[in-house]
Design a protein around this ligand. Structure first.
Ligand SMILES: Cc1ncc(COP(=O)(O)O)c(C=O)c1O
Length: 382
């Protein structure tokens, strides 16, 4: 099997992730932070250590600014619903995943917020002039993804953060597609909230994710419940990160995430990105040579993520994905990718797209085989 669906979740994981999760589960599977016995204390210490590692990885000043969640979707819901108040105006982009768009649309439908959606400019970047013009007195927050899961567009967090800062509005980033591939230094960026996946390019298991909340940002928890701290109080404690982490933590997953981050640090973020971008470039160069293949998103010369969406003529993207899987044993994602506005923007709401996304464990040989397979399918359908 050639796995080219790393934008959904990376696979395989580094060996150390499997080993750590198995051993941690067997030996320290107690509830972290809920009891004084040795096993619970060890589990709690592990969660703390990984929180510190995540904070350091992203340049957060204080590890209590890192909230563990189950997924990017959970983090985005916490960030969005925790921040907005009745009458707020929120700005987002036309390239967002449903985990941004749906909470916002729901709030808009309920009459809680007003929503503006900024399009791309002619060069294919987020239209910063339109962004600036969209800001008004009621604007509370700008929420955009760092990297698109469909087109591979990469947004400039420095520039957007500056617009947010100049206008005194909050800036929230969906880093699902970039955390673990692109350097993100929160000490240098004007980012107030950042949602990330543990299970994608940070190489942790499914069920892990996180939200960075910069100290001083007012965010209401969306859950209340047991935190293992201030047990005598009837109200949710104010202390971070517990304020946002009610319920038993996914300590086994978090232990795995810790190993994923160690792996990235040992290999080197730049080396990982260079490898993935080289595969991406080679794949795009291969597809460009095939007559009836259309590639969406920025060209190889532009800043982009290692995600390539394409179609073969008018052929249904689902059919192409099915053939790649069944005939060539190549796993891609096809159809619509939880981002209807993105498909609208690139004109693929009907056809969908075939998406190949690359991870550190993919090889050049696999990319060559994938290009050959796509050429064979294209030859047949033309
Ligand atoms: C840009 C983007 N945002 C959010 C998500 C949701 O991530 P999760 O599956 O961790 O909830 C994804 C998932 O693919 C994504 O690509």
């Amino acid at each position: 099997m050639i796995y080219l669906d790393n934008a959904a979740t990376t696979w395989p994981k580094p060996e150390a992730v499997y080993v750590e999760m198995d051993s941690f589960f067997r030996n320290y599977g107690a509830n972290p932070g809920r009891a004084g016995h040795k096993m619970a204390a060890h589990a709690g210490r592990k969660v703390y250590e990984v929180r510190e590692a995540v904070a350091e990885f992203f340049g957060a000043q204080d590890s209590s600014e890192i909230i563990f969640t189950t997924s990017t979707t959970h983090s985005l819901n916490l960030g969005i619903k925790g921040v907005v108040k009745v009458g707020d105006h929120i700005i987002t982009s036309s390239l967002e995943h449903n985990s941004v768009i749906r909470p916002l649309k729901e709030l808009e439908k309920e009459g809680v917020i007003e929503l503006s959606i900024v399009e791309l400019d002619e060069s294919g970047d987020l239209d910063l002039e339109m962004l600036k013009k969209s800001i008004k007195v009621e604007t509370k927050m700008i929420v955009v993804s760092h990297g698109s899961n469909v087109t591979g567009h990469l947004f400039d967090l420095k520039k957007i953060g500056q617009v947010a800062k100049d206008n005194k509005v909050l800036f929230m980033v969906d880093a699902a597609q970039t955390a673990g591939v692109f350097p993100i230094n929160l000490s240098e960026l004007n980012v107030d909230l950042m949602a990330f996946a543990g299970h994608k390019s940070l190489y942790g298991p499914p069920g892990t994710g996180g939200l960075f909340i910069r100290k001083g940002t007012e965010v209401k928890p969306i859950f209340a419940g047991g935190t293992g701290s201030k047990s005598e109080e009837l109200y949710q404690p104010e202390v971070w990160p517990e304020k946002y982490e009610s319920g038993t933590a996914n300590s086994i997953g978090i232990a795995g995430l810790g190993e994923g981050i160690k792996f990235i640090k040992n290999e080197g973020l730049d080396k990982i990105r260079a490898h993935e971008m080289s595969l991406c470039q080679s794949f795009m160069n291969g597809l460009v040579e095939i007559e009836n293949v259309k590639i969406y998103g920025p060209g190889v010369e532009k800043p982009r993520t290692p995600v390539v969406s394409f179609n073969i003529g008018e052929e249904s993207s689902s059919e192409v994905g099915y053939i790649l899987d069944q005939v060539f044993d190549i796993a891609v994602r096809s159809g619509l990718h939880c981002a209807p506005l993105t498909h609208q923007t690139i004109g693929t709401l009907q056809q969908g797209v075939v998406r190949a996304s690359f991870g550190y464990f993919n090889t050049q040989t696999e990319i060559n085989q994938a290009v050959i397979a796509i050429r064979q399918i294209a030859d047949k359908v033309s």
